[in-house]
Design a binder for this molecule. Structure first.
Ligand SMILES: [Ca+2]
Length: 691
């Protein structure tokens, strides 16, 4: 699986990017022309892994918990992964690459939803969703997090994550012993941002994009028609209104370099697939292995690192200490490279190397998704259409090889396909917990051109974007409040002729079906649209006194921020809360308990507490607390550090509960009684947001 790759980005789907290995698989396999993902990373991975809609697996959105059944942000106990199911049928199970179905990415956190605990015999990859290709975030071997510089099991000449994933896939295939069959999940992070590639791969694309995105769209559209991938009567969507015509584009050289790097990233992925296929050939398993290739969502229009000028993550980058060789990387955007160069973003930084961090932007993404409209996040065809190459010499008839298959398919079908082929039993229960039934249909019949037995429409929901596909009809809407649109996909796959008025009865019927599904599949109740978007305070400095209460909208915006608290406190021998923000899910509190100063945090419900090593003085003293973005907490009484330690990080979400001084009345962050007023005094409390 590729990450954030548009429908037209590989050769056999119309690209100019060189993908000879994928094209060869397509040439002796079958290409699905209407295969769909969910439109976004986490839900796609949750669906692929479990065979149920992402909401049913608890991952309707990303990794934050929204306190709603379909939006837990962590893989549920009531679903089984494809690896767990394949294991039960005697398969060895391996995984290389990106996981991204649990918020717990750190070595000291819970690991029950890491690959090794969810059915994989071997794992090398990243738990988190994105990071540098030269120094990946949350890099993990089996259950242990590693630094690419000191990982004894893997020391290539030049570390590059795409290669590392390919190398481990090859290693697992070659080291697989015995007669048992195996299942391997290879989840590349290419070509997701940042645009990071090896210079020798970028060089292959030098000059290839000088004509710009309009020419690229036109050429891809022509190739797609020629290869029969699209019906010539489907009109090309107009260029996205947010993308300038290429002739009006600013900073052309910079834009070209972004796309050259993107091309190199896909190229490198293809080279890796070539090595994986060679490993299958070398071990005599090529003919009887089903290989599936797909993408997790459409091309990505996010503007990562694209602001004007040069940006650093720190105001004073020269003072940053370089990371140690063995230190674990948890920054999605590293501050420095391992050899000490400061990482830079912005429109004045040419992309590609490890000290840069950019997305390729909306205009190129528009071309990646040729001929469709919209992007990753949306459920119009540009967001959810994926290549699907199915290659299996022994299982796909010779006369089908190189052919196109037009029946729609969806990620939910991959579990059903694997269960069909492996003869595994999909479990009804795990212990006493009922397991959500598979939602998909085996695609095996479609490999040989026969009808698959789909009984239900296919549904989508992501961030309030909604869709449903039944036969040739597609119902689709943008956002929780967007109006339904209706398209005849047979006549108009590019969604240009909205039939919602002409076919209003059909539209209403489908919309009612979608609502029913949304409730059944836990897409609803949803966190979108109902509430107005809360605006948070932009204030950086707060001067507060005992008894102050700030609602969430006026409280310090602590999400992803470092901050300090300074206060003059006299306990008069009493325990109590000095200051608290948040509750049992997200929050932090500075308090005195059992006579000791403490700092506690909640990260998605996980409680971390830091306790002073000395009793709190009886007399009036100054206290100081600091939470840094990497989770380091420092507590001082007077001038003395009384505690220093780690929490999982800065606040992942803005705490729902507001801020209070001298009490924590609404859902306590720590294990102290809520609503107990502090009987000591808190004077002169100041809170500063640092960065
Ligand atoms: Ca993605």
């Amino acid at each position: 699986m590729a990450d954030d790759m548009g429908w037209s980005d590989i050769g056999c789907y119309g690209s100019e990017i060189k993908t000879p290995n994928l094209d060869a698989l397509a040439g002796s396999g079958v290409r699905f022309t209407q295969f769909y993902n969910t439109g976004r990373c986490c839900p796609t991975r949750a669906t692929l892994l479990t065979g149920v809609y992402a909401h049913q697996a608890g991952i309707g959105h990303m990794m934050g918990s929204r306190n709603l059944p379909g939006y837990q942000g962590d893989l549920g106990k009531n679903v089984r992964t494809i690896a767990e199911v394949m294991q039960s049928a005697g398969y060895s199970t391996y995984m290389a690459g990106k996981w991204h179905v649990t918020p717990h990415v750190r070595p000291d956190g819970p690991k029950h939803n890491w690959p090794r605990q969810r059915g994989f015999d071997r794992f090398y990859g990243t738990i988190h969703g994105a990071g540098s290709f030269f120094d990946p975030n949350s890099l993990t071997r089996e259950n242990t997090q590693v630094s690419p510089l000191t990982d004894k099991e893997y020391q290539p000449d030049e570390y590059y994550y795409t290669d590392a994933i390919s190398d481990h896939a090859v290693r697992y295939i070659k080291e697989h012993k015995g007669e048992d069959p195996f299942f391997i999940y290879v989840a590349y992070t290419a070509p997701h941002w940042p645009m990071h590639a090896k210079e020798k791969d970028i060089a292959k694309y030098k000059g290839k994009y000088d004509a710009g995105w309009d020419a690229m769209r036109k050429a891809r559209y022509a190739r797609q028609q020629k290869m029969g991938l699209i019906d010539p009567k489907w009109k090309m969507t107009p260029r996205d209104g947010k993308a300038p015509a290429w002739e009006d584009a600013k900073n052309k050289e910079w834009e070209i370099r972004l796309m050259e790097t993107y091309g190199a990233m896909v190229d490198s992925l293809d080279q890796g697939m070539g090595r994986v296929v060679s490993a299958l050939k070398e071990t005599g398993q090529y003919d009887n292995t089903l290989v599936l290739f797909l993408a997790d969502n459409g091309g990505c229009a996010e503007g990562m690192g694209r602001r004007n000028g040069i940006q650093y993550r720190d105001k004073d980058p020269d003072k940053l200490k370089p990371m140690g060789k063995g230190d674990l990387q948890f920054d999605m955007i590293p501050r420095r490279t391992r050899d000490g160069r400061v990482v830079r973003q912005g429109s004045e930084v040419m992309t590609g190397a490890s000290d840069t961090y950019h997305g390729y932007g909306l205009s190129w993404a528009n071309a990646s998704n040729t001929p469709f409209r919209e992007y990753k996040h949306w459920v119009h065809e540009g967001g959810i259409s994926s290549p699907l190459i199915a290659h299996w010499p022994k299982g796909i008839d010779a006369n089908r090889q190189g052919k196109l298959e037009n029946q729609p398919g969806h990620l939910i079908d991959l579990m059903a396909t694997c269960v069909d082929l492996s003869k595994a039993t999909y479990p009804a229960k795990a212990g006493d917990t009922p397991i959500v039934p598979m939602q998909g249909t085996s695609l095996v019949a479609a490999f040989n051109g026969k009808d698959i037995a789909r009984e239900e429409p296919i549904f989508w929901e992501h961030e309030g974007n909604r869709a449903m596909r039944e036969g040739k009809w597609k119902l689709v809407a943008k956002g929780a409040n967007g109006a339904w649109e209706l398209y005849d996909i047979e006549a108009d796959r590019t969604e240009l002729n909205n039939l919602s008025e002409k076919e209003s009865a059909r539209m209403n019927g489908m919309a009612a079906q979608w609502e029913k599904w949304a409730l059944k599949a836990l897409a609803k109740p949803w966190p979108w649209g109902a509430k107005k978007k809360t605006k948070f305070s932009k204030k950086k400095n707060f001067t507060l006194k005992q008894g102050d209460q700030l609602p969430q909208s006026e409280a310090p915006m602590v999400q992803n921020r470092a901050f300090t608290v300074m206060a003059t406190v006299e306990t008069k021998g009493h325990d109590g809360v000095i200051i608290a923000q948040g509750g049992t899910n997200h929050g932090w509190a500075l308090h005195v308990w059992e006579g000791k100063l403490r700092f506690v945090t909640r990260h998605g419900g996980k409680l971390t507490s830091l306790v002073a090593d000395k009793d709190f003085p009886k007399s009036e003293v100054k206290v100081f607390a600091e939470l840094q973005t990497d989770g380091t907490v420092t507590l001082k009484v007077g001038d003395k550090v009384v505690a220093e330690g780690k929490t999982p990080g800065s606040m992942q979400d803005m705490p729902l509960d507001g801020l209070e001084v001298g009490v924590d009345s609404n859902g306590a962050v720590g294990r102290y009684p809520a609503d107990k007023l502090f009987e000591g005094t808190v004077r002169k409390l100041s809170l500063k947001i640092l960065k």
